[in-house]
Design a protein around this ligand. Structure first.
Ligand code: GLN
Length: 486
């Protein structure tokens, strides 16, 4: 078996037994990434840093001081600030920005012994579902439709991370999920994507998009591997007042819990008329897998679901317009000189932001403006509270909720990209979860008619990642998803 085919769990065993060194493991991934540059998964590769970190891991392994992720090569979404390594957020406006600090989540990973392979491509400022809005160009999914070799999107916004893990360029990767940006690309590329509860991981040092929705999470090829990653990433951080001040449970231990005796909610509002038959079928299959493992499926109602996307597309741009005000040509990155200070701001922001980011800044500024604040922003916040209440009520009757992750399989470069609303619809099953701050995971569970991966989505109660992981593991075992992009 190639070293790049290992799971994180198997790599840990191999490293502990000295079957190979952390340096060999890093080198195998560095070589794989160099061969797969056509995917454009990485914005910045950091092979020297990877080899240096791997060398230190080997020394710690020899001394018997291995951390939970000792020697495990990971890819980092280029939205996490990494000390001394350029961080772009997929934008031109951060041109030349090299953070003098490390995000808490990545610092936690390095403390656990993980090795950084590089920074992965993403939609600009994590705004998108296709990775087509990156200043550094689109990412190509390692998958293609059967009998059709047009390049497909890996999903977004964490498309580079998802493509890297699916193509065996990294054993795991970080992502962030504001409305679906971990789960949708995981579903499109046939890997596992875990979005923890809002507050489970610190947001400190992650370039902010929509602060009340953003949450860091993990991509890997198995549920167990995402549990190992979350174990290292999560925890209270005094630098983020929204991070949760409670001990992190043992996630790996939760994997064996199963679903026996659990009630699994099936929300009737998620049954769309427009949904392709293969996704309907997979959803029914998922219900059967969970019931065969001892769960009881219960139909539930989440009545405000249809307002989730409209509410999200007010709240998220509002927060984005405020967060992105800091990119003024003075403090970070790009500056385009002008006649006056205002002129410099305008030129810098016009040159630095792409079309989708400008659209969001304009929508956000509009909905926050004095005359429209009540009509849009306040109304959206009220709708958000109703959506959260739908879930609270549902979770009085059920322990977890099962839905498809996405309403379609991956699409081709250029498909859907002309119409922003078409693009926004990708997140119809995932944004509700961010609005309510809940944990959720996407598990690869089957293939579409044209041979592309499809994901099932398990949603849990606040801070109950353990039940989510337990149910995800049951789905993973039942699905036995072994298809590979190549
Ligand atoms: N696709 C959604 C958006 O464009 C969500 C992105 C994300 O989760 N970062 O806003």
């Amino acid at each position: 078996m190639e070293l790049t085919d290992l799971t994180i769990a198997a790599a840990r065993t191999g490293l502990a037994k000295r079957s190979f060194s952390a340096l060999e493991l890093a080198d195998a991934h560095i070589a794989a990434a160099a061969k797969a540059r056509d995917l454009n998964a990485f914005i910045t590769e950091t092979p020297e840093r990877a080899r240096e970190m791997a060398g230190r891991s080997d020394a710690r392994l020899a001394r018997g001081e291995a951390g939970l992720l000792e020697g495990i090569p990971l890819a980092i979404k280029d939205l996490f600030c990494t000390e001394g390594v350029r961080t772009t957020a997929g934008s031109h406006i951060l041109e030349g920005f090299v953070p003098p600090y490390e995000s808490t989540v990545t610092a936690n990973l390095w403390r656990a012994g993980a090795v950084m392979l590089g920074k992965t491509n993403l939609d600009e400022f994590a705004m998108g579902s296709s990775n087509m809005t990156s200043h550094f160009g689109p990412v190509k999914s390692p998958w293609t439709r059967r009998g059709d070799n047009r390049p497909l999107v890996p999903g977004g916004s964490s498309g580079g991370s998802a493509a890297a893990v699916a193509a065996r360029l990294a054993l795991g990767a970080t992502g962030t999920d504001t409305g679906g940006s971990i789960r949708q690309p995981a579903a499109f590329t046939g890997i596992v994507g875990l979005k923890p509860t809002y507050g489970r991981c610190s947001r400190w040092g992650i370039v902010a998009f929509a602060s009340s929705l953003d949450q860091a999470g993990a991509f890997a090829r198995t549920v167990e591997d995402t549990a190992l990653m979350l174990q290292s990433m999560a925890g209270h951080d005094p630098k983020d007042s929204t991070s949760f001040a409670a001990p992190v449970p043992d996630y790996a231990a939760a994997l064996g819990r199963g679903v026996k005796g659990l009630k699994i909610g099936i929300p009737k509002e998620y049954r769309l008329d427009t949904m392709p038959e293969d996704i309907e079928r997979l959803w029914r299959q998922g219900i059967d897998w969970l019931t065969a493992a001892g769960a009881e499926a219960v139909e539930i109602s989440l009545p405000h679901t249809k307002y989730a996307l409209p509410a999200y597309y007010i709240v998220a741009p509002a927060e984005a317009s405020s967060n992105l005000a800091r990119y003024d040509g003075v403090r970070f990155g790009l500056r385009v000189e002008g006649e006056t200070l205002d002129d410099m701001y305008e030129r810098t922001r016009a040159a630095g932001f792409g079309a989708e980011v400008r659209r969001r800044v304009m929508i956000g500024t509009y909905v926050l403006s004095a005359g429209y604040y009540d009509a849009y922003y306040l109304k959206a916040q009220r709708v958000r509270a109703l959506i959260a209440r739908d879930f609270t009520e549902a979770f009085q009757r059920v322990d977890a909720i099962l839905t498809p992750t996405t309403p379609s399989a991956a699409f081709a470069h250029g498909e859907k990209t002309a119409d922003p609303v078409q693009m926004y619809l990708n997140d119809i099953f995932t944004v509700t979860v961010n609005l309510a701050g809940l944990p959720a995971v996407s598990v690869p569970a089957g293939l579409s008619g044209d041979g592309l991966p499809l994901g099932l989505h398990v949603i849990g109660r606040t801070f109950d990642e353990e039940t989510v992981l337990g149910a995800a593991k049951v789905l993973e075992d039942a699905a036995g998803f072994v298809a590979r992009p190549y």
